[in-house]
Design a protein around this ligand. Sequence first.
Ligand code: FE2
Length: 513
Amino acid sequence: MIGLTRRNILHGLSAAVAWSMLKPLETLAVGRQRFKTDPFALGVASGEPTTDGFVLWTRLVGPDLALLDEAEAAVGWEVAEDEGFRRIVNRGGAQVTRGLAHSVHAEIGGLIPGRPYWYRFHAGDAVSAVGRTITVPERPERLVLALTSCQHWENGYFAAYRDMIEGEPDLIVHVGDYIYESPTRNAAVRRFGADVPVDLAGYRARHALYKSDADLRAAHAAAPWLVTWDDHDVQNDYAGLIPEDGTPPELFGRRRAAAYQAYFEHMPLRPSAMLGEGGMQMYRRLSWGDLATFHVLDDRQYRSDQACPIPGKLGGRRVGVAECPELEAPERTLLGAVQERWLDEGLARDKTQWTLLAQQTAFARLDLQAGPGEALSNEGWDGYGAARRRLTDSLRRASPRNTVFLGGDVHSFWANDVKVDFTDPKAALIGSEFVTSALANSALPPGLFAPPEENPHVRFSDTDHQGYTRLSIDRRRLEAEMRMIEDQTRPGSLSHSLARFVVMDGRPGPKQA
Ligand SMILES: [Fe+2]
């Protein structure tokens, strides 16, 4: 048992905050502030779990979820071994500032591996909701994770999170489009009630609106999250510093920096993720003992522009392979040279049982054209053929024991074989891929994808449903269950199983369970 040692108390305390550790909890006060409304209305979250800790997140807000007026405020936290906070093992505090929207990103360490912890925050006379999180086991036998992406506020309720929470995942992995920046023409369930965000105030307000959703807050409070972003967290189909709408890169750079900062301010990320000058360190690794390693990728921040865009037409598009040799141009990159090298080196070192590539877009090639000829989307890995080959080459060299790509973005469920060369039917199988559908968003128009015979490495696809994917991983096998929500336009709609696949240890490729 870890006691409340002086070291870990001091560790968590920043200079400006101090209170007596001996005070009983009822009188614990952080600052003297009296809040007119609940400053913790955006909820609490945890993330980036390790064997001895995690990151705790919250953000103080004023009335109507607006930025607090104060330049600074004091926030304290408590971490306990029990839900009733009788055995508190870590306390700390921080002075939060207006510059980062009064957000807290507290890195907690010194805890016991492989057990649940409960946490809450204090500010002035206010106490937050209680969150539950876990530390990573030292020798895990099993990992249950929920994979999710794409939640459009206007197109669906987030009730699939209720089903996700009932499944008690160890970890929730969100691979992007956490917020959407643009409204839809026919909002199905609710409105943003605000313009498309272009500055810090706009993106902060959008994130705050999202966290006013009780299902989303509950999911954050239920388990640690591992997040990466996609395009809509900034702007549809942006590429590096190139926006989809022809805004000069310098202007777009300011907008992107605002979106990145607001994303950071609302996610349980480490403070080191904020690099300054508009950059964010999103690619990183997280290990689940010797059972699994997550290589979390960022394929938006450093990518080359989409191949063969049509001048004046917004966003990505379907491109005929024959008329766009640029699709395969070797100098084009999706991850950027530095991240590519980082991934290559990390894969070479990865000796865990399951190598999980958590990333935003679908990896397997997808010919969109029925019949003769081929057409690809220029927006995901298909638009960056040489970059994809560099990654499959890395995998071939490193030869991890089991490689599984986890992706989202395409608002549909997929289970794919990952091959060294997708155009060669005889090419070696080197991994598996699961792409999860939108948690809440409209389905893609029918007929967008070619019939299955065009893409023999696709084992399963479903373009009609929303939901998430639950993965249960042990030494012997990985099981992926696609869970679909019955009706995303009804608050509280139930979810149920749509399909189940297994990948056996040492045998790449999803098999129907
Ligand atoms: Fe999306």
